[in-house]
Write a protein that binds this ligand. Structure first.
Ligand code: 13P
Length: 255
């Protein structure tokens, strides 16, 4: 696929996989994806599996990411991990502001913004998630909601910091439902996000930032989605839990 930006496909395992299961999965990925240099790849296991998975993937093309983090450096924050801890277990990326965290765990644009800045300060690359709920799409509020999320989650970042960020557009109604946005629906919002990124920096910077699509992406629909001019990869849930599905998807979007 002839794209201006290198495609980036990341698997978000959410709350799945014991250490043994995680190692099983990444052993296959390491073997089957070893020659893939034209697509950036990452897996984001639950916290408990990060260290062993990181050890196994160290030096391979499959990079590691956390699913969340806290912005403070250390201290009395029971249950939290910070950016330095994720770096310590060899994470390159961290997912921030996933809709499940926004919906169930009180994440807001303001907390996502603090986390994004803390991740960047620790040289972790944030994958910042945005996306509208079904009721918001049905009441024609998609543009307003995504605009608010992008501008406030990424407020105050310098252009060189924005270049380290990946934005993931994940319409909430498409997550885990089998209902993918059409390629046109995705492209429309991705183009909006790129305009907003230009507003936050400049057109040249915005043209270099990757915007992933997420929501029921699988091997059979990935190529069409990624064929859209502003869709630069995918954040994948369900289809990243089996090596065969994830590998097939990555192979399908290569040239
Ligand atoms: P599914 O691919 O399971 O729809 O999940 C998408 C997602 O939320 C990735 O972060």
């Amino acid at each position: 696929m002839d794209k201006a930006r290198k495609l980036f496909i990341a698997g978000n395992w959410k709350m799945n996989k014991t250490v043994a299961e995680a190692l099983d999965l990444v052993k296959s990925l390491k073997r089957d994806l070893a020659d893939v240099l034209d697509v950036d790849i990452a897996v984001c296991p639950p916290f408990t599996a990060l260290h062993p998975v990181g050890q196994l993937l160290d030096g391979t093309v499959v990079k590691l990411g956390g699913q969340d983090m806290y912005w403070d450096k250390f201290g009395a924050f029971t249950g939290e991990v910070n950016a330095a801890m994720l770096k310590d277990v060899l994470c390159t990326y961290v997912i921030l502001g996933h809709s499940e965290r926004r919906q169930f765990f009180g994440e807001t644009n303001e907390t996502v913004n603090k986390k994004t800045k803390a991740a960047l300060a620790a040289r972790l690359k944030p994958i910042v998630c945005v996306g509208e709920m079904l009721a918001e799409r049905e009441s024609n509020r998609t543009e307003a909601v995504v605009t608010d999320q992008v501008l406030n989650s990424l407020a105050g970042l310098k252009p060189e910091e924005l270049l380290e960020v990946t934005v993931a557009y994940e319409p909430v109604w498409a997550i885990g439902t089998g209902k993918t946005a059409t390629a046109q629906q995705a492209q429309e919002v991705h183009a909006l996000i790129r305009r907003l990124l230009a507003q936050l920096s400049d057109a040249k910077t915005a043209a270099r930032i990757r915007i992933q699509y997420g929501g029921s992406v699988k091997a059979s629909n990935a190529r069409e989605l990624m064929g859209q001019p502003d869709v630069d990869g995918a954040l994948v849930g369900g289809a990243s839990l089996q090596a065969r599905d994830f590998v097939e998807m990555i192979q399908n979007v290569r040239n």
